[in-house]
Structures are given as structure tokens and as C-alpha cells.
Design a protein around this ligand. Structure first.
Ligand code: NAP
Length: 462
């Protein structure tokens, strides 16, 4: 057995269930809170009371960083998952199990223990608000989920042991999944990897699948990047291609195969929204989802494209932007530029679409041929012009003044005709690879709670 890490809110049964599970598997049981108390020679309540939560989090970080990677059952404190550095240590060579319980059950269990309050709110309100605040990180920590509201710790431990032995997904789902992938256009190497993961019995029953959902999808650099990162962080996961003309079928397969997450690409960023249980606020406002996280039977949609546009511009000082295009990525770019407080004018081949996006995102719009009258500080290309094999540029050389910053969201090739022209004119340039790397970094954080440095992303992208 590999390391088993139990996460979840306080009062969900991590310590008791962990102790039973460890005894059953004859491996050590490590309770992080007990470890902290041992090192500090004080109770958690005393640490909170005397030195505050920040000091406790520092001790917790140290304790987690010192954990052995040998087989063990580890029980974490309820807030440990909030720190990406903790997640990096906890996820390495581990299966993470999220324990959940109804807020009323948690309240009743906590009333019996002397744990410090985390906020000034009444107990049940505190539980609900903390669960909401931690929802994303708990989902990122869930390889398996178990609701402990109405079962004893002994039953919970037996259920977990059974599910670990059986693996994720079930044998019949694996068989159907394999037939599904064999019916597609997967490259031979990708199919060989899936053969091993979905075989009966599989090479490792606890390997989690992720993938890129699109049509086409086989051009995606996702598998290369994510599989590289899985090796780097010691994650028992495999990333593949879900290429299908029907997003409904992809979502059905993904749920049956207990997929951990999907990156969503053309043409499904809007259509996928009808197949989700939840959509986060930014994705709802943008009207497109490019990331789906599955946890505890729920699929949640996010949009990381807008952060991919926002982050490379965070130190940009100009305030007037022109956005070329009014499609899916333009909508994410408009959200990012408005979030940065810029005055944005949208130009598009089909002016009605520019108008529609402008109204939705609080921007202006104008006819494509008015570019020369606008004198922006920044131009963002969100059309496919310049994407291989196309060698066109959305703007002419003489339209680019040297004080302009040019951000081309097209990233194949990395140096597009527009970027080449902008460089020749002395403009500041930002390549589409910058956006791709930033949005992928955010996807990885949503999938696993780990914060990947840009250099690591770039290493596995190249
Ligand atoms: P989309 O929804 O199909 O929208 C394409 C937009 O470009 C539409 O506004 C369309 O105008 C316009 N357009 C298409 N062909 C044109 C042409 N020949 N001349 C002028 N305008 C044209 O596509 P999308 O999902 O937004 O993707 C756009 C591009 O963003 C992709 O091609 C890709 O290169 C890039 N992208 C980059 C990243 C990254 O991470 N860097 C991620 C995703 C996408 P109409 O409204 O008139 O059709």
C-alpha cells in the first residue's frame, strides 16, 4: 500500500478512521496535529491561544514537510490543504481521501471536543463558511471521497480499505472506457498507456486519469506538460486525449472512469457548461469553461484562460486596450482586461459579435477599420490569424507604433507573424505561450492544490 492521506474538515473522523485503517494495513499512523503538539509540547488550543493561527500554520507546514514517504496512514488538520506547499508534500506518492460530513453532524461532534474556534461566527455558521472557503482545495485533495455523517469510524475504515483494494474506477467502467478509447484516433503510444491503466487487473488500480476534451484534441500539448508534471511531483495520474464530436459522451465517460479533471478546448468551452453541477463565478461571467474538476460525484467548471491573459499584464501600466476578436478566448481576455481596470475597445470581423461581447463585459466596440483612430497602449490578438499553418497577421506593420505592447494569444508558432512584425517595429511583445503557461499553472492548482513555478511549467512545455 502507498501512503494514505486523510483530509477534510475537523469533526469528519480523520483521526479515529485513520487509526483503524493503519492498524488494518499494519502501517504506522501519523496524526499531524498530535505531531505538532509533541514538537511544541503544548496543545493545539494553547498554540492558537498563545501564538495565534499563523504560528500554528507555520508549525503545521514544518511537520508536513518532515513526513516520511514510507507507507503510512496520515491524518491532516482541516486547514492543511489550503497551503500549496503542504499539498506538494502530502500528494507525493500518496492517495488522498477526503472525508466529508453534514455541517449539523460536524457541529454536534465538535461540541464534544475542546478545539479552538477559527472565526468569531456562531459554530454552524463558521462550519458552513469555512467549508465554502475551502471547497476548491478539498476537491483538489479528493482521490476518493467518503461521507462519514451516518457511519461509524469502523465502517468508514472498512469502506475505504475496500475501495482502495477495488481501485478507481470499477472493472466494468474500465472495460467500457478501453473500448471507447480504442474506437477513437489516439496515437499508439497514448493507447498503450491506457491499455495498462484500464486493463483487468490494471497495472495500478489507484492511477487517476485526466485529459483534454476537444474536437480535435490530438494537437494539444496538455499530455506532454501534465504527464511531465505528474512525474515531477510524484502523482499517480495519467493525462490523455478525449477527442470526440460529442461533449456529452466525453463527460459521461469521464464520470464513469472517475476522471480527476479535464482541460476543455475548442469547440466545447460553452457546450460543456450544460453538463456541470457547478460553475464558478468568473467562468459564469465569461460564459465559457476550460477546466473541469471532478470530486465527490460533482463536476465543477472554471475558466483559467482569463488568468492566463491577466497575469502577464499585472505590471503593465497602460490603460487603453484594443482587443481583436470576439470569440471564446476574447471573452476571457475582455474579463481580464476589465479586471485590470483598462478601457477596452473590441474589434471583430463580425461587428454584431463585438457589440454583444462589449455589452456583456463592460467594454466599447467599434468597426475593425477604426483601429488607426484608437491609439491604444496595448493590443491583444484573440483571433486565430497567424496560427499555423496560417501566416497572416491581423494588423499591418505600419499600424504598430513602437510604444505599443502587443500580446498575441496565438501560441503555435510561439513567434507569430504579428509578434515578428511588432519586434521589428520596436514594440514590447508578449507571446501566447505566456498565456498558455499561466492558464496551465492555474489548472494544475485546481486539480491538485499545488502551485507550480513558471520555470517548471516551461521545462515540461519545451
Ligand atoms: P473562436 O471562439 O472560434 O473565436 C475566433 C474569433 O476570431 C472570432 O471573433 C472570429 O470572428 C475571429 N476570426 C476568425 N477567423 C478570422 C479571420 N480570418 N479574420 C478575422 N477574424 C477572424 O476561437 P477562440 O477559442 O476564441 O480562439 C481564438 C484563438 O486563441 C485560437 O485560434 C488560439 O490560437 C488562441 N488560443 C490561445 C490560447 C493560449 O493559451 N495562448 C488558448 C486558447 C486559444 P467572427 O466572430 O467574425 O467569426
Amino acid at each position: 500500500m502507498k501512503r494514505i492521506v486523510l483530509t477534510g474538515y475537523r469533526g469528519t473522523g480523520k483521526t479515529e478512521i485513520g487509526r483503524i485503517l493503519a492498524a488494518r494495513h499494519r502501517v504506522p499512523f501519523i496524526d499531524i496535529d498530535a505531531l505538532i503538539e509533541l514538537h511544541a509540547q503544548r496543545s493545539i488550543s494553547a498554540i492558537f491561544r498563545e501564538d495565534g493561527e499563523e504560528h500554528f500554520r507555520m508549525l503545521e507546514r514544518k511537520a508536513i514537510a518532515s513526513l516520511p514517504t514510507a507507507d503510512a496512514v496520515i491524518s491532516t488538520g482541516g486547514g492543511a490543504v489550503m497551503d500549496p506547499a503542504n499539498m506538494e508534500h502530502l500528494r507525493r506518492e500518496s492517495t488522498m481521501i477526503l472525508l466529508t460530513a453534514d455541517p449539523a453532524v460536524i457541529e454536534e461532534r465538535l461540541a464534544r471536543s475542546p478545539r479552538p474556534a477559527l472565526t468569531a461566527l456562531p459554530p454552524e455558521e463558521e462550519i458552513r463558511s469555512m467549508l465554502e472557503k475551502r471547497r476548491q482545495q478539498y476537491a483538489a485533495s479528493a482521490d476518493l471521497c467518503l461521507d462519514t455523517s451516518r457511519i461509524t469510524p469502523a465502517t468508514a475504515a472498512v469502506t475505504i480499505a475496500d475501495r482502495l483494494a477495488r481501485g478507481v474506477p470499477t472493472p466494468s467502467a474500465r472495460k467500457e472506457g478501453l473500448a471507447y478509447f480504442r474506437g477513437g484516433r489516439l496515437p499508439a503510444a497514448a493507447l498503450r498507456s491506457l491499455d495498462a491503466i484500464l486493463a483487468d487487473p490494471p497495472a495500478d488500480p489507484l492511477t487517476r486519469l485526466l485529459g483534454v476534451a476537444g474536437n480535435p484534441a490530438l494537437h494539444s500539448r496538455g499530455p506532454r506538460l501534465f504527464n511531465g508534471l505528474f512525474g515531477h511531483y510524484g502523482l499517480n495520474c495519467h493525462y490523455t486525449f478525449f477527442e470526440d464530436p460529442d461533449i456529452g459522451r466525453i463527460m459521461e465517460q469521464a464520470r464513469a472512469l472517475d476522471v480527476k479533471g479535464l482541460s476543455v478546448t475548442i469547440p466545447f468551452k460553452q457546450d460543456v457548461m450544460a453538463h456541470l453541477d457547478r460553475v464558478d463565478d468568473a467562468a459564469e461571467q465569461i460564459g465559457a469553461v476550460n477546466t473541469v474538476v471532478f470530486a465527490c460525484g460533482e463536476a465543477t467548471g472554471y475558466n483559467t484562460d482569463w488568468l492566463g491573459v491577466r497575469r502577464p499584464l499585472e505590471s503593465f501600466t497602460g490603460s487603453k486596450a484594443v482587443l481583436l476578436g470576439a470569440g471564446g478566448v476574447a471573452s476571457a481576455a475582455a474579463h481580464a482586461l476589465r479586471d485590470l481596470g483598462m478601457d477596452v475597445t473590441i474589434l471583430n470581423r463580425t461587428p454584431e459579435k463585438a457589440k454583444e461581447l462589449a455589452i456583456r463585459s463592460g467594454c466599447r466596440w467599434a468597426a475593425w477599420d477604426t483601429f488607426d483612430e484608437l491609439h491604444p497602449d496595448l493590443v491583444v490578438n484573440a483571433t486565430p490569424l497567424g496560427m499555423e499553418p496560417d501566416t497572416r497577421s491581423p494588423l499591418r506593420c505600419e499600424q504598430l507604433s513602437p510604444d505599443l505592447t502587443v500580446f498575441d494569444l496565438v501560441y503555435t508558432p510561439p513567434v507569430t507573424p504579428l509578434i515578428e512584425m511588432a519586434l521589428a517595429r520596436g514594440c514590447t511583445t508578449i507571446q501566447g505561450t505566456g498565456m498558455f503557461a499561466e492558464q496551465a499553472k492555474e489548472q494544475f492548482r485546481l486539480f491538485f492544490g499545488i502551485d507550480v513555478p513558471q520555470e517548471t511549467i516551461r521545462k515540461y512545455l519545451s
